[in-house]
Design a protein. Structure first.
Length: 277
C-alpha cells in the first residue's frame, strides 16, 4: 500500500447527527483500493478536525472548488482564485443568493445559470446553484475549512504551492452512472429508500469491487463494510467511497508520471475541475 492515505468525503454545508458528513479513509496498493474505515462528522468543526487528523492525504471532496468565470466577471468579483475565495466566503449566504438571483434574473429562460467548463463532461450541477442542490453553499462552507488546514488544490494552484494534503474536487454521480445509468440509488426520504435503490447500490458496489469501471481500480471491502454501505439508504457512505475511488485514481495518475493528478492541461484555475471528468 502507498504511504499516502486516501480520503473520500461526502460533504454537506449543514451536517447534523441525522445526516453527518461521511469520510471514507483508505489506501492504494497497485490497482486495489482498500477501505480502511468510515467516519461520521456531525458538524463542520468536527469535519475539519477529522481532515486535519492526518498529516498527509490525497482526498476527493464532493463540493465545488470554483465558480464559473462568466459569473465572476459579470459580478466584477476578483478573477484570481485565492482572492475570489476570500471575497466569496466573506459574504453571507443571503448576499450570495441575492447576487446569484440577480445574475439569473437578467438572463433568458433556458440559460439562467452560468456553467464551468467541467460541468459538461462531468454532467454536474452549476456551482452557483443555491438550491436543489445548494452547491454554492457547499463551496462557501467547505473551502475555508480546507484552506484552514493547509490543503492544496492542484489545477488551481501552481505545483510549487502544493502541500501534503492534496484536495481534489470529486463528483460521486460521475462514477456511479457508469454502473447504473440514470437509475437512482439513494434518497434522504425514508419512504423512497426502496428495493430498486437498494439494488442500484449493490450494482454500483459490484462494479467497484470487480474493477470494471474506466478507473481500472478495484475496491476491496470487508463483509461488514459492504453491508453498511449497501444498507445506507441515504447513499452517503457510498458517495464517500465513490469519492475515495476518484482520489485513488488521481494518486495512481501521479504515480504514473502525470504532473497534476490526472487533471487536464487546460483547467481554468478560477473554475477548477472535477477529477476523472
Amino acid at each position: 500500500m502507498t504511504d499516502t492515505p486516501l480520503l473520500g468525503c461526502d460533504f454537506s454545508s449543514a451536517p447534523s447527527r441525522r445526516k453527518p458528513n461521511i469520510l471514507a479513509w483508505g489506501g492504494l496498493r497497485g490497482s486495489v483500493v482498500s477501505l480502511e474505515r468510515l467516519e461520521a462528522c456531525p458538524t463542520l468543526p468536527l469535519t475539519a478536525q477529522a481532515w486535519a487528523s492526518r498529516e498527509r492525504w490525497v482526498g476527493g471532496f464532493d463540493l465545488p472548488f470554483g465558480l464559473p468565470r462568466e459569473l465572476v466577471e459579470t459580478l466584477r468579483w476578483p478573477t484570481e482564485w485565492s482572492a475570489l475565495m476570500t471575497h466569496y466566503t466573506g459574504l453571507s449566504r443571503v448576499e450570495i443568493r441575492d447576487a446569484f438571483a440577480g445574475f439569473c434574473n437578467a438572463r433568458p429562460v433556458g440559460g439562467k445559470f452560468a456553467h464551468r467548463q467541467t460541468d459538461t463532461p462531468a454532467g454536474s450541477s452549476p456551482s452557483m446553484k443555491w438550491v436543489n442542490p445548494p452547491v454554492a453553499f457547499m463551496l462557501h462552507a467547505g473551502i475555508p475549512l480546507l484552506r484552514g488546514i493547509g490543503a492544496c488544490f492542484p489545477g488551481i494552484q501552481p505545483s510549487h504551492g502544493w502541500t501534503n494534503r492534496v484536495a481534489l474536487e470529486a463528483y460521486p454521480w460521475l462514477l456511479a452512472r457508469e454502473a447504473i445509468g440514470k437509475r437512482s440509488y439513494k434518497s434522504d426520504d425514508v419512504a423512497k429508500q426502496d428495493a430498486e435503490r437498494l439494488l442500484a447500490r449493490k450494482d454500483i458496489i459490484t462494479v467497484l469491487e470487480a474493477g470494471t469501471s474506466r478507473l481500472n481500480l478495484r475496491l476491496r471491502l470487508t463483509h461488514a463494510q459492504r453491508d453498511a454501505i449497501t444498507h445506507d439508504g441515504k447513499g452517503d457512505a457510498l458517495d464517500a467511497v465513490l469519492c475515495l475511488m476518484q482520489a485513488a485514481w488521481a494518486l495512481a495518475q501521479q504515480h504514473n508520471g502525470h504532473p497534476c493528478f490526472g487533471l487536464p492541461d487546460h483547467v481554468d484555475p478560477l473554475e477548477g475541475w472535477i477529477v476523472t471528468a
